[in-house]
Write a protein that binds this ligand. Structure first.
Ligand SMILES: Cc1cc2nc3c(=O)[nH]c(=O)nc-3n(C[C@H](O)[C@H](O)[C@H](O)COP(=O)(O)O)c2cc1C
Length: 172
């Protein structure tokens, strides 16, 4: 059984990204995994301040960021997660700003234990109006490769629910 953390960066609660997440989650849960999803749009998460409090002064590695906002809920889930799912529509050829803001804020956790301190597995779920996912995929693959994470799979496309079910079912 794996603990799966879903970071849902879509703006629309019932859009095509939500359907992809639902398909993934249904079979991930049927396979006995524990799934926790955060709908980021509804959360109060500010951008990274970039002044490196986390790397210079923080003593508490579970809450290394000086900002006291909803990122603390995600940090808490992230620390014990086995799998991190990045879910987003394509906005201007990449992931949404909402999801990128949260990825930036993970920096504090990653800095506090060192980039290799959180060897997670990861998944990318994306939808788009068109078919150009290349920049988003490059962002995702660069992120997980540099952090030493293991990519479990990418599902790209609003109609790819079967692939999302299968990917969810394959997680252990
Ligand atoms: C601000 C904005 C920017 C977008 N940029 C792109 C884009 O660059 N490429 C693309 O294929 N679709 C783009 N789209 C379309 C969305 O990716 C597409 O409608 C997606 O399925 C929406 O996901 P949702 O149903 O989960 O909200 C954009 C939509 C919005 C609102």
């Amino acid at each position: 059984m794996a603990k799966i953390l879903i970071l849902n960066g879509a703006a629309r609660k019932n859009g095509s990204t939500a359907k992809l997440i639902e398909a993934f989650t249904d079979d991930a849960k049927s396979s006995g995994n524990e799934v926790r999803e955060f709908y980021l749009q509804d959360m109060n998460i500010k951008g990274c301040l970039g002044f490196e409090y986390c790397s210079k002064f923080a003593k508490d590695t579970s809450n290394a960021c000086i900002q006291n906002d909803d990122m603390r809920l995600i940090n808490e889930a992230f620390v014990s997660a086995d799998v991190v799912v990045f879910a987003s529509p394509v906005y201007f050829w990449t992931i949404t700003g909402t999801l990128k803001t949260v990825a930036d804020r993970l920096y504090a956790q990653l800095r506090s234990l060192g980039y290799n301190g959180f060897p997670r597995k990861s998944v990318l779920l994306m939808t788009a109006g068109g078919s150009d996912y290349s920049q988003a995929v490059r962002w995702y693959e660069t992120f997980e490769r540099n952090l030493g994470w293991e990519d479990l799979g990418e599902v790209l496309g609003a109609g790819k629910n079967r692939a999302a079910f299968d990917l969810g079912a394959s997680i252990r």
